[in-house]
Design a protein around this ligand. Structure first.
Ligand SMILES: O=C(O)C(=O)C[C@H](O)[C@H](O)COP(=O)(O)O
Length: 209
């Protein structure tokens, strides 16, 4: 299996990817462990997190063979380059930037830019994106995902932004290949209290493992 097909499996098999933003640096590795325990194997570290590149590097080494680790909130090519240097397997962005896609693909990594319109979806795909991320998805709802797939069914869609246990199944039923979940999975109180088993329980609500 190629490195990319393994990463694709980590992202798509559980159908839920964790978006880890600004989680306490001293707890983030335990949080990732708890997520993997709950069946989530796509681990996105947003670059606005404390020591994001250090976390990517550490998580890549520690969870090799168990999870795919990538970067989120990647806003330009320079940031993509730095994330890939740190070991990122995939590059998520909230926006669509041609150079970011090009740099990611030049390094042979998985590119998932953010889009919000059918035109942006097709543009992203033509620029080489592997999948697109509809963000913020809860604003347009599952019906958007269903409708755009009429003409644009060749483009795999991950949805993020406002995804929770009550709406994620609607998006999957509408045809999204996976959901990205941040706030509703990385419960701040549980993390502050060191209740990592509760993070595992939350993860299981998405993966059903
Ligand atoms: O910046 C990126 O690359 C992102 O992936 C943005 C995320 O999709 C959201 O930050 C997750 O949003 P919530 O699940 O509502 O917390």
């Amino acid at each position: 299996m190629t490195a990319n097909s393994e990463t694709m499996q980590y992202l798509l098999e559980p159908k839920a990817v964790a978006v880890i933003r600004k989680v306490d640096r001293t707890k983030v590795i335990q949080v990732i462990e708890a997520l993997i325990e709950g069946g989530i194997t796509g681990i996105e570290i947003t670059l606005d997190s404390d020591d994001a590149l250090g976390v990517i590097k550490e998580a890549k080494e520690k969870f090799a063979g168990r999870a795919g680790v990538g970067a989120g909130t990647v806003l330009n090519a320079k940031e993509a380059e730095a994330a890939i240097d740190a070991g990122a397997d995939f590059v998520f962005a909230p926006i669509l930037d041609k150079e970011t896609i090009e740099v990611t693909k030049r390094h042979g990594k998985i590119s998932i830019p953010g889009v919000f319109t059918p035109t942006e979806m097709q543009q992203a795909y033509e620029w080489g994106a592997d999948m697109v991320k509809v963000f913020p998805a809860s604003v347009v709802g599952a019906q958007f995902v269903k409708d755009v797939q009429g003409p644009l069914g060749h483009i795999p869609i991950i949805v993020t932004g406002g995804i929770n246990v009550n709406n994620f199944k609607d998006f999957l039923k509408a045809g999204a290949v996976a959901v990205g979940v941040g706030g509703s999975l990385l419960n701040k109180e549980y993390i502050a209290n060191g209740e990592f088993h509760k993070i595992t329980e939350l993860a299981i609500q998405y993966t059903g493992v």
